[in-house]
Design a protein around this ligand. Structure first.
Ligand code: NDP
Length: 306
């Protein structure tokens, strides 16, 4: 459909940007921005990946420095923080807006932000909560956490929203990484539980494909419990609204350990959590929820780690 004159004038031009890193995630990001009409300059250590995008309209630069020089907005999506340093240590970042989507720790993200600002750049850190097939797919549920300069986030929000949703979590440069790692840590706990569940049925004539939907539904049904955990952590009262108290749950631990033993399954994934439940029971009250385990996990931070 042809646009009339006023529509042409009112539509803002898609922001040009540079993307460093064309792995599975970087390539997905690149394709999303290209599909949305953003003029894209790319660079990747191994050139074949950049060449593939160049044949579809991206501008492939010969070096990271050359790619950075083209645009003021520079998005970085490399393997880890060390690779970001390797690629950008000798590159002039003065006046650039650097958005770093490389997965990192909060401490490394803070250090990387300071490093970028020392070089005259503005900096925004990001943590992607999506896998590549979710990128650029509306409704797929993918999004990225962002933290750092709020002005920078607002200025580039429209561009950053093209590949995935955006959730800004504060000025602390480390917060995007912290939220990212918090969610992924919970995911690994879920995977650990699912691995144990599959191991329990492994020696029986039970189809894992029959267990899988039951497992998925059960985990979904249980996941809203995190809201109550948050409320209890905020109030400091771990005994209000308790549905299945600590005393009852700790009392049930032998059922789980004995069943694992009978099925020939190691308890190495479950035992640490049960040990914490029992410790909390010894120190707290049987009427509590499981929330007290959170307090047992938290240790004083050294100044260097903060
Ligand atoms: P890949 O392993 O597919 O790609 C890694 C990228 O980093 C490649 O472009 C690679 O270049 C580059 N690279 C690695 N080491 C160096 C180095 N020393 N110098 C220069 N370039 C280097 O990873 P993804 O694209 O999947 O992941 C990129 C980031 O996105 C990671 O931080 C990851 O945690 C994050 N992420 C990934 C998700 C996923 O499901 N894939 C999900 C959420 C976040 P080359 O091609 O030359 O090897």
């Amino acid at each position: 459909m042809a646009l009339n004159g006023s529509e042409t004038q009112s539509r803002p031009a898609a922001t040009p940007l540079t993307l460093l890193g064309l792995g599975a995630m970087g390539t997905a990001l690149a394709r999303a921005w290209m599909a949305a009409g953003h003029p894209l300059t790319v660079w990747n250590r191994s050139t074949a990946r950049a060449a593939a995008l160049a044949s579809d309209g991206a501008r492939a630069a010969d070096s990271a420095a050359a790619a950075v020089a083209v645009n003021s907005l520079v998005v970085v999506c490399l393997l880890d923080d060390a690779s970001v340093g390797e690629v950008l240590d000798d590159v002039d970042l003065a006046g650039k807006d650097v958005v770093n989507l490389t997965t990192s720790t909060p401490a490394l993200a803070r250090a990387r932000a300071a490093w970028a600002r020392e070089r005259g750049a503005r900096y925004l850190d990001g943590g992607i909560m999506a896998v590549p097939p979710m990128i650029g797919v509306p409704g797929a549920g993918g999004y990225a956490f962002y933290s750092g300069s709020p002005e920078l986030f607002e200025q580039h929000r429209a561009t950053l929203t093209v590949p995935a949703g955006t959730t800004y979590v504060g000025e602390d440069d480390g917060f995007a990484a912290l939220y990212d790692v918090a969610l992924l840590s919970a995911m690994y706990g879920m995977f650990a539980g699912a691995a144990h569940a599959f191991a329990l049925i492994r020696s029986e004539d039970i189809d894992p494909a029959a267990l899988a939907p039951l497992l998925a539904d059960w985990l979904n049904a249980m996941s809203p419990a995190v809201h109550q955990t948050a409320e209890q952590l905020n109030s400091g009262d771990y005994t209000t609204g308790v549905v299945s108290n600590l005393g009852m749950q700790a009392g049930g631990v032998p059922t789980f350990l004995d069943t694992a033993e009978q099925q020939g399954v190691s308890t190495e994934l479950l035992s640490p959590y049960f040990a914490l439940m029992r410790r909390r029971l010894a120190e707290g009250s049987p009427e509590e929820d499981l929330t007290g385990v959170v307090d047992l996990l938290v240790r004083p931070r050294s100044a260097a780690a903060a």
